[in-house]
Design a protein around this ligand. Structure first.
Ligand code: NAD
Length: 278
């Protein structure tokens, strides 16, 4: 750590040490959970950020202004629905005009539906595939030309341990997450010579509202209590027996977007306490 007694010099050093200063990022699904942790971490490294997702307007506005003030970066909000290609294109347009370019795209927005396959509602299948997989294709398609032209870009797809292995009752989610791991590899190959990297992160269980909701759904599917779901279903496969945090996810994505990770591309990185090591 550099030390100085001159406050002006200290500020300059702090700015230099922010690895993503001057970059601009879109993080889909960042009004809550993992996306919010990632947006905070990227802003903490100096990136301007577009927040996206749903929620009460006043809470999102507070989030936006506090993130901007805390990290001294610009933070915008787009309420674009990631199930709609036209809205995704609009969000990228707004970000490109506001910031001049999009350097970092984090495809994180996701939903879950838990049901045996015979009774899995087809409209839920369509929604899970649209938000968890197709949105990443549409968003990447819209930012890729600019990243290649500038010869710098970072795309991080938030997949899941379910991008690498399966569990019962999650047909759409597992299909979408396996799909996004494949998409990650294709984008990595197409971007490799242009300084554009693409990686997937594959969390096991992270403590977020999406997981909290699953506890109730799994309790119904297995006909057991919430405590039993946590102990015997959710963390049953996770050897370290702890939920990861959104701060850990933010730190990892921020690393993948930074200079030390420029040769890391096409990976699907498990963050699952050893789950997929079984
Ligand atoms: P979350 O429910 O806390 O947050 C999801 C975010 O996506 C919210 O901001 C929500 O508003 C937004 N969103 C949902 N539908 C949207 C839509 N149609 N358009 C735009 N935004 C939309 O969930 P989370 O747990 O933080 O999950 C984030 C990602 O991480 C998902 O892709 C999920 O599959 C993945 N993941 C989560 C876990 C976990 O344990 N929480 C584990 C593995 C992977």
């Amino acid at each position: 750590m550099l030390k100085t007694k001159n406050p002006q010099a200290a500020r300059t050093q702090a700015q230099i040490m922010r690895a993503l200063a001057g970059r601009s990022a879109i993080v889909t699904g960042s009004t809550s959970g993992i996306g919010l942790g990632i947006a905070q971490a990227l802003a903490g490294q100096g990136a301007n950020v577009v927040l996206n997702g749903f929620g009460p307007a006043d809470q999102i506005e507070t989030l936006r202004t506090e993130m901007s003030r805390e990290h001294d970066v610009e933070v915008l909000y787009s309420g674009a629905d990631m199930s709609r290609a036209d809205k995704i294109a609009e969000m990228i347009d707004v970000a490109s005009h506001a910031f001049g370019q999009v350097d970092i795209l984090v495809n994180n927005a996701g939903i879950q539906h838990v049901s045996p396959i015979e009774t899995f509602p087809p409209e839920k299948w369509d929604a899970v595939l649209a938000i968890n997989l197709s949105a990443a294709f549409h968003a990447t398609r819209a930012v890729f030309t600019g990243m290649k032209q500038r010869r710098w870009g970072r795309i991080v797809n938030v997949a899941s341990a379910h991008g690498l292995i399966a569990s019962p009752f999650k047909s759409a989610y597992v299909a979408a997450k396996h799909g996004i791991v494949g998409l990650t590899k294709v984008i990595a190959l197409e971007g490799a010579e242009f300084g554009v990297t693409c990686n997937a992160v594959c969390p096991g269980y992270v403590w977020t509202p999406l997981v909290e909701k699953q506890i109730d759904d799994q309790a119904k599917a297995h006909n057991i209590s919430r405590d039993e779901v946590v102990r015997n279903v959710l963390l049953a496969q996770q050897p370290n027996k702890r939920f990861a945090t959104i701060e850990e996810m933010g730190a990892l994505v921020s690393f993948l977007c930074g200079p030390a990770a420029q040769s890391i591309t096409g990976t699907a990185l498990p963050v699952d306490g050893g789950w997929t090591a079984h």
